[in-house]
Design a protein around this ligand. Sequence first.
Ligand SMILES: *[C@@H]1O[C@H](CO)[C@@H](O)[C@H](O)[C@H]1NC(C)=O
Ligand SMILES: *[C@@H]1O[C@H](CO)[C@@H](O)[C@H](O)[C@H]1NC(C)=O
Ligand SMILES: *[C@@H]1O[C@H](CO)[C@@H](O)[C@H](O)[C@H]1NC(C)=O
Ligand SMILES: *[C@@H]1O[C@H](CO)[C@@H](O)[C@H](O)[C@H]1NC(C)=O
Length: 717
Amino acid sequence: MECVVSSVVAVLVVVHTVSMTHAADHSQVVAEADALRNSGWWIWRDPDTSNHCSWSGITCNEAKHVTGIRLRNYQEPIGEVSELNLSSLPSLNFLILSRMGLSGSISDQIGSLTKLTILDLSHNQLTDPIPHQIGSLTKLTHLDLFDNQLTGPIPHQIGSLTKLIHLDLSSNQLTDSLPHQIGTLTELTYLHVSSNELTGPIPSSLGRLTKLTHLDLSYNQLNGSIPHQIGTLIELTYLDLSWGELTGAMPSSLGCLTKLTSLDLSMNQINGSIPPEIGNLKDLVTLDLSNNLISGEIPSNLKILKRLWLLDLSYNRLSGNVPSFITNNCNQTTFDLSQNDDLEGHPGYSICTGGHATSLTLIISLPLTLFFVALILGFAFGLWWKKRQLQPESMPVKKRRGDLFSIWDYDGRIAFEDIILATEDFDIRYCIGVGGYGSVYRAQLPSGKVVAVKKLHRSEIDEPTYLRSFKNEVRMLEQIRHRNIVKLHGYCLHNRYMFLIYMYMERGSLYSMLSDEVEAVELDWVKRVNIFKNMAHALSYMHHDCIPPIIHRDISSNNILLDSKLEGFVSDFGTARLLDPDSSNQTLVVGTYGYIAPELACTMVVTEKCDVYSFGVVALETMIGKHPGELITSLSSSLCQDIMLRDVLDSRLSLPEDLQVAKDVVFVILLALKCIHSNPQSRPTMQQVSYKLLSNIPFPKSPFYAISLHELKNQEM
Ligand SMILES: *[C@@H]1O[C@H](CO)[C@@H](O)[C@H](O)[C@H]1NC(C)=O
Ligand SMILES: *[C@@H]1O[C@H](CO)[C@@H](O)[C@H](O)[C@H]1NC(C)=O
Ligand SMILES: *[C@@H]1O[C@H](CO)[C@@H](O)[C@H](O)[C@H]1NC(C)=O
Ligand SMILES: *[C@@H]1O[C@H](CO)[C@@H](O)[C@H](O)[C@H]1NC(C)=O
């Protein structure tokens, strides 16, 4: 009897539990549907509101629990990431919201997604720190937060994600040091944290990541020396530690990384000599050690590196004989010694011509030719943002093996085919702008890096003399390194194609931002003053630190590009000359209407002062929010006495309240007015402008609201 009773009870208990589970399960499904619906992201696209599992990008399991969300590339920003209540979606396996214009911060609810294996929030505008709850996602294999505006340190809890294979935190504003706990992620094959604000040393624990094939820590402020433990990363094919503050000597253990194809340590303060073990890296295609403090001789065993295409040792302190393999090979296109090769007749580039040179000083002045390419950079770029619908010229595809004239360095692994694949043969969908020189495309390379590709409208590619000067000039422009100049990575001449590859600038041109009512407000006074400084430093560098000086010739707000942090970059340095290498500074077709210095109409001679004038116009435009147009005319008449500063400043922003900001704004206007002086001799040089920025100027006597443009125009600098 007792037995019977207890078994009945047992059955009842079981039935009760099952029905409770069903009810709980059903309410969970309802909660998931509600979470999706409440986000508002699907409602416009998927009118069938009854079955959320059928909505675009949603994956459900049989029990109708949402296991995956995959949305990419929506045309319009969909809102804040917090609109999706993540804690209602505990079954999520993957969450992919890439390039969705998402803003706001990653909520700490993310920690409830314990089943997540893939988290991809790349290419959005997410802000604030990465929540430490991310450490709960212990099943993650793939974490991609590339290209956002995340701040704060990388949480050390990331060390709990021991299944991670792919980790990309590049292009954010992450600070503090790289947590040593990253060394526990021993399954990692791909680790990119470039373009952040990380400081401190490279943790030696990275040496435990023995499966890594890609390691990119570039564009940070990492300091200390390269840990010798790096030599244990024997699977590495790609290693980029450039643009940091690394010191000390290159560890000889680098010679253990025998699978490396690309090694970039440029733009650091590495000293000591080049370890001869580098000669073990037999697969190396790119070796860039430029802009360091490396001394001693070039090891002669580098000649074993048969696949080497780019060897850049410029801007170092090397001495001794130039090994004969360099002098003998320097005119092969696949062996690029950057500014040291193929430069007959260029003073300072004598390595090729003097095969018996006894002393190699690789600190090289930037020659005239540098100026050509930099010009190219921004011109077409600048227009990209709003002009995606414009039709690029169509070109027949004709790929024959072996007719590749030249490729570029970038990471040593880009090939012509990568660009064709990434842009689907220059499909209009990838076109981000059209300019006078060509159409610009966005290309995501297999390594994940994004570049801008400018396909030039040009038909003279077949002329040998044209080709030669083009190649020389591009190579030298590739060497321009300034933090506010859009970097040219390389070029390709291929049958009828001719294109240049540049750093990709997320926010498009200054012109397009100022023309957009919403984006213009994002550019507050502090950012605008900063962009002014960026431009001034870049131009001063080209005019005064390059010998001979490089004149841009086409500064306009279309050529000032902005990165994700709204830092200004001058683009298109050198374009005009690059496309017409035989032209002197006497020229017909340069400049953009509205930015051309008045004297140019008469003299046709381009000088630095023409750039200064255009710079002044762009500076005014930055502060008043539109091209100054007639304001420039009225400034030269006596009417300007009546024009008040407060009345010309961009009315979409409220007047600066902070005293320092107000001073900076006044200062920018003052310098801009000096730069647009009708007499070129009366304009300051870019160096003077750049120096003034570092010094304190006297504030005008009048209070801010009473300052007139006339007063500023006549004030001493
Ligand atoms: C999010 O979902 C959880 C669980 O379903 C719920 O407790 C919480 O109140 C929700 N939060 C918001 C802001 O709706
Ligand atoms: C690295 O930089 C940090 C500050 O960012 C500093 O405290 C530390 O001393 C530096 N270390 C070296 C070796 O320069
Ligand atoms: C390299 O720099 C470090 C400091 O960063 C210094 O201690 C060392 O002596 C230097 N070595 C050489 C060869 O100059
Ligand atoms: C380099 O160019 C010269 C003259 O243009 C030519 O004679 C020589 O064979 C070339 N060397 C190589 C290795 O291609």
